[in-house]
Structures are given as structure tokens and as C-alpha cells.
Ligand binder design. Structure first.
Ligand code: PLP
Length: 443
């Protein structure tokens, strides 16, 4: 497929220029579905030809990733190194989102006639992306909803206990606190290190905390405070040996890690694809393993909650924003073309460079493990004598780099957090290091 006229970049490559792209969007009311498809095809053609050129590359910091970066429509010069809350969307996802939303304006009857069918095409795609069955996939609106669906939907009562880590996100804490208040369950925190030194340090702590009353382990897979990637596989094994179910909060996981539900073994797994996968805000994943589906009540009930024999019965939401889910499908296509392994490897390369160099700066305390099994694209750290806000402000003012503060003084977790996704270069990471070194030297 040929790129639409006027959308080739100035150097004539298939990556079209930001100026041409913006021009096309401004005129988007006149832009037909065909034109949107052609825009996306041009991006995919560019990626496919790069893949041919670099079939086995061990993630070089050159043409491949520079070209990938061009497919994100950042404000000029903005360097996004925070994928928390929300991350950016690649162009094809934005195009598909706009295209699908236009249906409501131009042909509203297709909102209930055509869009639900296109939404259902996303379910098997998402299932394949995480190695699950489509019948185990619940299309939620975010991780918070998924966590609540599980906490609310399990039959638990006085005396039953939920064990979680000391570093859970509010979306992982409050559903259980509500359950405790309403149904009299007990919630127990297990302290985990900053960072833990080994998988066993974590698994031993959970084994010690589990009692005969424990019914659920609820734990962050991607710990937002410290960047830890928790050993879900090992914890699931421990849980299952004792008849306990495990709920993993992997808000950051999809799009950052090469996820495999069968390998991880969690019973329930939630994620927000608009952080690292490049999907629009408003779509979420809840995986419910076939083995435990009969133990979970739906939280929302409309037709199908009592008749559907698959995980679809947990999402009888009524009318919903299908364009967002359809754009999620595009986000999966975009990452699939690059390759999940290649993405995870690249993210690890960038994070590992950041951590190794941070270790060499006097006064820096790394809160994230060096072990690639226990870490991913989130790196957290603190600097002696430098307030986290100062680091955030300095990097934004000097380099236009966005990072965030994280943690709390009382818990001893206060610091900053940096995300290293595929649109970040080693040069960007070096800018962070230069800034941190300057601040540490002048503390
Ligand atoms: C570990 C973790 N869990 C849950 C959430 C909540 O995610 P959402 O607002 O997408 O539901 C976040 C948000 O960053 C998070 O980091």
C-alpha cells in the first residue's frame, strides 16, 4: 500500500512528517474511512520494512527505534518518561479511535449495529496477546474496575482473610477495605523490600503471612511505588497449593511485559492498556481463569449475567464506548508488528542502563531491583538531600522530560519514578542521568 499523497516525510521515507499528519487531522471531518486506513497502512508498511531491515537486532539505539518514535504524535520536544496514569497513543490508534467515534455522528444506527461486532473482534486479539482464551477476557474500563469486580464478586465473610503486599495502589487496597467494612473480612499487609533482594524474600514473606483463614492473595504485579515486578508465577503456585486464589494488579503490565496468563498462573489479572499499550483511556482488561469463573459473581447485571457461560457475563455493561475498545485492537496490532519480545527487551535495555548509571551517582538510592526478573520499565529512586519535586521540576525545565514523584515519607518510599518505554532513547536516559547527577552534586 502506498502512503497517501503529501504524507511522506520530507526525506521521502514512509514515516510521514508531523506537519503532514497534523494537516491531515485538521481536515479530518473530510477524511474518509479509506483515508484513515491508508494513513494506518503507511505506518504499518514503514514498520514492516524496518522489521525486514532489522530482523534480529538486539535492540540497537538507531534507525529502528527512531522510526518507531516518529509514530507517536508527541508535542514537539516532549520526552514522556512517565507511563503512569496514562501513556501516549501511536498514530494508528488515534486514527482508528477518531474513525470509530465518527460513526456516532454520521450513522448512529451503526453504533448498535456495527460497532459491537468490531468490538468482539478485539476480544480474541487481546486474548491471544496475553495467551488466554477469549472466554477468559472481560473488557472492563480500567484496572480499578477489574479489582473491584473481583473483590466484590467473591463470596467472603467474617473470618476470611485477604493477604496483600505493603505496596498496593489505592485501587488494590480500597476494594478490600470496603469488603472488610461491609462483610467483616480481615485484610493483612505483607511488607516487601525496597527493593527485595530475591524472589524468595517475597515468597517467604507471603508463606509466613498465610494462615488457614487466608482465601485470597491480592498483589500488584507491577508495583507503582517501587517498579518491582512481583513473582506472580511463584506466588500463584504457593496460593494454589493451599486452595487460595490470587488476584494480580498489573495496571502497567500490558504493553510493557510479554504477558502469558498460562505461565503466570494467576486466577484473576487486571490491567490498564492506556498506560503502556498505547490504547485510549477507558478500556481495561480483566482476565478470569476458566477454573475460577464459577466462584465469581458479576457486579453489574443486565441480560446475560445469568446465562452467558463465559467471562462475558462479568461485563453486561449496557451501551458502552465501543470505539475505545476498537482502538485497543489497533494498539495491539501496533505492538504486535514490533513484537512483544522485542518491546520487552528494549524496555529492559533502557531501564538497565538507567539503573546501572544511577548506581554510580553519589547519594542516589535505587528502589528498583537490578534483576530483570523482578523489574521492568519502571525505575524508582531517591537522592540524598534533594526533594523529589525538585528532580521532577528540574528535568522538565531543563530537558522537557516528564517523570513523577512517588511514595510517601512515612513509608520510607518517597522518591521519583521514571518510565522507559520504546519511544524513549538512550540519549533521553542520559539526559535524566545528567540532571540527577547535577542535582546530587549540588545537594
Ligand atoms: C499498580 C496500580 N494499580 C492500579 C492503578 C489504577 O489504574 P486505573 O486508574 O487505570 O484503574 C494504578 C494506576 O497507576 C497502578 O499503578
Amino acid at each position: 500500500m502506498i502512503a497517501p499523497e503529501g504524507l511522506l516525510s520530507e526525506n521521502g521515507s514512509h514515516g510521514f512528517s508531523r506537519r503532514a499528519f497534523v494537516k491531515a487531522l485538521v481536515g479530518s471531518s473530510a477524511l474518509s474511512v479509506v483515508a484513515f486506513n491508508r494513513l494506518n497502512a503507511a505506518v504499518y508498511e514503514s514498520l514492516a520494512s524496518l522489521n525486514k531491515q532489522y530482523p534480529q537486532d538486539p535492540s540497537p539505539d538507531g534507525a529502528y527505534w527512531d522510526a518507531v518514535r516518529q509514530h507517536y504524535i508527541f508535542e514537539d520536544g516532549l520526552i514522556m518518561m512517565n507511563n503512569g496514569t496514562v501513556g501516549p497513543m501511536p498514530e494508528p490508534v488515534f486514527n482508528t479511535l477518531v474513525d470509530a467515534f465518527k460513526v456516532q455522528c454520521t450513522s448512529p444506527c451503526d453504533v448498535y449495529g456495527v460497532l459491537p461486532g468490531r468490538r468482539e473482534e478485539v476480544r480474541p486479539k487481546l486474548a491471544a496477546f496475553i495467551n488466554a482464551s477469549p472466554d477468559e477476557v472481560v473488557l472492563t474500563r480500567n484496572t480499578t474496575e477489574g479489582m473491584n469486580f473481583v473483590a466484590n464478586g467473591l463470596d467472603l465473610g467474617p473470618g476470611d482473610e485477604v493477604v496483600m503486599s505493603s505496596m498496593e495502589h489505592p485501587a488494590g487496597i480500597h476494594p478490600w477495605r470496603l469488603k472488610a467494612k461491609r462483610y467483616g473480612i480481615t485484610v493483612t499487609d505483607v511488607p516487601i523490600g525496597l527493593p527485595p533482594q530475591s524472589v524468595e524474600e517475597i515468597t517467604d514473606a507471603f508463606e509466613r503471612a498465610i494462615t488457614p483463614r487466608t482465601k485470597v492473595i491480592s498483589i500488584s504485579h507491577t508495583v507503582y511505588i517501587s517498579g518491582l515486578i512481583a513473582p506472580i508465577k511463584e506466588l500463584s503456585e504457593i496460593a494454589h497449593q493451599r486452595g487460595i486464589v490470587l488476584l494480580a494488579d498489573s495496571a502497567h503490565g500490558i504493553g510493557m511485559l510479554n504477558l502469558d496468563m498460562k505461565e503466570l498462573g494467576a486466577d484473576f489479572f487486571t490491567s490498564s492498556p492506556y498506560k503502556w499499550l498505547g490504547a485510549p483511556v477507558g478500556c481495561g482488561l480483566l482476565y478470569v481463569s476458566e477454573e475460577v469463573q464459577d466462584r465469581l459473581w458479576p457486579t453489574i447485571a443486565s441480560s446475560g449475567w445469568d446465562t452467558d457461560e463465559t467471562a462475558r457475563r462479568f461485563e453486561t455493561l449496557g451501551q458502552r464506548a465501543d470505539p475505545i475498545v476498537i482502538a485497543l485492537g489497533e494498539a495491539i496490532d501496533f505492538q504486535n508488528l514490533i513484537g512483544k519480545e522485542r518491546i520487552e527487551r528494549r524496555i529492559q535495555t533502557l531501564a538497565s542502563h538507567l539503573k546501572t548509571e544511577l548506581d554510580g551517582i553519589r547519594g542516589v538510592h535505587l528502589h528498583t531491583s537490578h534483576d530483570p526478573y523482578l523489574s521492568g520499565g519502571l525505575t524508582a529512586f531517591s537522592v540524598d538531600g534533594v526533594q523529589p519535586e525538585r528532580i521532577v521540576d528540574y528535568l522538565r525545565e531543563k530537558y522537557n522530560i516528564v517523570i513523577r514523584t512517588i511514595g510517601s515519607e512515612e513509608a520510607g518510599t518517597r522518591g521519583v519514578r521514571v518510565s522507559t518505554h520504546i519511544f524513549v532513547s538512550l540519549e533521553h536516559v542520559d539526559m535524566v542521568l545528567e540532571g540527577v547527577k547535577y542535582l546530587a552534586d549540588h545537594a
